[in-house]
Design a protein around this ligand. Structure first.
Ligand code: NAD
Length: 295
């Protein structure tokens, strides 16, 4: 974002308290990053085990920092206690921003967003971390679509600087400014993008994945492709490894959204390497097996 939009976002009052819905890979990461940057976060899930996992992940990240001497025990405790795990909506009172990061299922998201709206005040901004569902579609489940937008983080949240702030058809400037300000306060580098399949990053990334699929279909060895991209071309990881990090199930779903959204540019030409991994339930790092075996 540049110029006037940047100034307006800078002028927006940063959130004092946040809430994250979903304590999974992304929700847990968002709550941790918010807490680390001094913005207490309520972390709500429907599953007690997910909350425990989310808190454990935050604990692991903080312990690493403790081992490296970057923080002391008091700071570790302070950050951990500023994340409030909960199964109830009661703790949402007084939050300035809610980031929805539940499963990528439009029906579940629609229900959760409507529930949240009934709990918060008119001043609370609501954002979704969806990777693929159009923001204007999700906005239909809300009475006040003007205070809703996308806030798309990348995995792992604590390491990836970019956040896409997605403007839906009815999103107000005030909402965009507040979400940009929250992303910046979290130490992230936000960009504001229009609502379309794949937003910004996946429009760049998926043609690359589809190119990789074609190479494999032409007989290339995926390990060799990764090695060349990583060791010789200098990227941090090759396409197969990246798909394992993203999650093959997530990648498979997003690939379908991109193919539907841009049929002439990214239309499917048959069963590809991502389909094969998905059919074999090799979902990547999350279940220990994808293109590679992960321990
Ligand atoms: P995940 O499966 O790890 O976590 C989802 C969590 O949502 C689970 O803990 C589940 O118990 C919880 N949940 C389900 N229904 C709920 C409800 N009604 N209320 C509260 N919690 C509920 O999924 P994830 O990978 O963290 O993805 C979450 C969202 O973030 C999805 O929309 C996904 O597309 C998006 N996203 C994922 C990535 C990624 O790389 N994994 C990157 C960017 C965005």
């Amino acid at each position: 974002i540049k110029g006037k939009a940047k100034q307006a976002a800078r002028a927006a009052e940063p959130a004092r308290k946040a809430a994250v819905l979903g304590a999974g890979i992304m929700g847990g990461g968002i709550a941790y990053q918010s807490a680390v940057k001094g913005i207490p976060a309520v972390m709500k899930d429907i599953n007690d085990q997910a909350l425990t996992l989310g808190m454990n992940e935050a604990g692991k990240l903080l312990n690493k920092q403790l081992e490296r001497g970057r923080i002391d025990g008091a700071r570790l405790a302070q950050v951990l206690t500023s994340i409030t795990p909960t199964l109830s909506y009661d703790s949402l009172q007084g939050v300035d921003i809610v980031v929805e990061a539940v499963v990528e299922n439009p029906k579940v998201k629609a229900q959760v967003l409507a529930e949240v709206e009934a709990q918060v005040t008119d001043d609370t901004v609501i954002a979704s971390n969806t990777s693929t569902i159009p923001i204007s579609t999700l906005a239909r489940s809300l009475k006040r679509p003007d205070r809703f937008c996308g806030m798309h983080f990348f995995n792992p949240v604590h390491r990836m600087p970019l956040v896409e702030v997605i403007r839906g058809e009815q999103t107000s400037d005030d909402t965009i400014n507040k979400v940009v300000a929250y992303a910046a306060a979290m130490g992230k580098s936000p960009i504001v993008v229009n609502d379309c399949p794949g937003f910004f990053v996946n429009r760049v990334l998926f043609p690359y994945f589809f190119g990789f699929n074609q190479l494999v279909a032409d007989g290339a060895d995926f390990v060799r492709v990764d090695r060349v991209m990583e060791k010789q071309f200098g990227w941090p990881m090759g396409p197969a490894w990246l798909l394992d990090v993203v999650g093959i199930d997530t990648g498979h779903h997003a690939a379908a959204v991109m193919a539907d959204g841009f049929p002439e540019r990214m239309g499917k030409t048959g069963r590809d390497a991502i389909d094969v991994m998905y059919e074999r339930q090799r979902f990547g790092q999350k279940n220990g097996k994808g293109f590679y075996a992960h321990s």
